[in-house]
Design a protein around this ligand. Structure first.
Ligand SMILES: Nc1ncnc2c1ncn2[C@@H]1O[C@H](COP(=O)(O)OP(=O)(O)OP(=O)(O)O)[C@@H](O)[C@H]1O
Ligand SMILES: [Mg+2]
Length: 313
């Protein structure tokens, strides 16, 4: 392992077997551009660099950002002749059946087949949801062991979670996304008695706008108690998070492959933020599956480029 990683307490458990399926980590928020794909990619690579086997699923059938991100990563490996760990990645395309019920049944069947396979083969499965309400996004949320909701530090984004009184700052009622998570929790409990650990991660935190930041912190804290989520330390607003996409890199790669240019303190801090997020997920203690204890530097399946049809593994 090239990257000393946070202590996730990966000690005392046997490798995963069929009766011990992978932990499912879903990134979801029906708010565009909050950092779901950036978060998915960083958590995926962080787990890979700890030696775990990771499956990833892209449910954003319009943008396929995570797929494009991984495709860029494969391109960088090929062009630069370097090796980096890769997940087993699957992207799903929408059913083209004209009848809504039939289309949903097909979407469900495809998603569940892919998830079942990846859960049996991996230590962790990371799912990137689209920034809109979709049938398959809701379905995935109902399978989440960990649901991570990135939230831009703005009351516009917070409105997806709760309506807040503009005058008093009081929470009026949970909003549409919180209600969806409530339903997902019920679904999960009914299916297998499982629980869903919901984590809200504030993203793109600015060093400016201190008043807004404090007020957000206060309301998010109140809301956490009211609708049942934990708050994770987020990522600061950093240009590097935007730049990494084209090379398919994360903050956990740039130092290892010497791609960060002149080492900057802010890059070290950004890497710490990613590790902080991983720690705050409180993932179960696991030992990596034996074959995944080193980064995979063998042939890597290149994710398809935009415009190709999705596939199921
Ligand atoms: N901490 C950060 N600092 C700076 N830019 C960021 C940060 N996090 C995300 N971004 C940028 O914000 C934009 C949106 O991020 P991302 O694509 O991860 O969001 P998303 O929630 O997946 O969006 P969508 O809902 O469209 O799928 C991207 O340009 C990304 O590079
Ligand atoms: Mg996205």
């Amino acid at each position: 392992m090239t990257d000393p990683s946070p202590d996730t307490g990966a000690k005392a458990r046997a490798p995963l077997g069929a009766d011990d399926p992978a932990t499912v980590i879903v990134f979801g928020n029906e708010k565009g551009g909050s950092g779901k794909s950036t978060g998915s990619m960083h958590v995926t690579v962080a787990l890979l660099r700890l030696g775990f086997k990771v499956g990833s699923i892209d449910l954003d059938m319009r943008q396929w950002t995570l797929t494009r991100y991984l495709s860029n990563r494969a391109g960088t490996m090929k062009n630069d002749g370097i090796s980096m760990p890769m997940p087993v990645h699957v992207f799903l395309s929408r059913s083209d059946k004209p009848n809504r019920k039939e289309a949903e049944a097909e979407d469900r069947q495809r998603f569940e087949a892919v998830l079942k396979k990846l859960r049996a083969e991996s230590d962790f499965v990371v799912i990137d949801c689209p920034g809109t309400d979709t049938y398959v996004g809701r379905l995935a949320t109902g399978y989440a062991d960990k649901l991570v909701t990135p939230l831009n530090d703005s009351f516009v984004d917070l409105d997806m979670l709760a309506n807040v009184d503009g005058k008093t700052g009081e929470i009026i009622k949970p909003s549409v996304y919180s209600e969806m998570v409530w339903e997902a929790r019920k679904q999960k409990a009914a299916r297998d008695g499982g629980t869903l650990d919901w984590i809200v991660m504030r993203n793109r935190l600015s060093s400016l706008a201190a008043r807004n930041k404090q007020e957000m912190e206060r309301v998010v804290g109140l809301l956490a108690k009211r609708i049942g989520f934990r708050v994770a330390p987020g990522f600061s607003e950093r240009v590097i998070f935007r730049e990494l996409f084209l090379r398919g890199l994360t903050m956990l790669d740039v130092f290892e492959i010497g791609d960060s240019g002149k080492p900057q303190l802010s890059h070290v801090a950004a890497r710490q933020e990613v590790r902080g997020l991983l720690n705050s997920l409180q993932l179960p203690n696991r030992v990596p599956t034996p074959h995944s204890s080193e980064p995979n530097d063998e042939a890597v399946e290149t994710p398809p480029v935009m415009g190709d049809k999705g596939h199921e593994e």
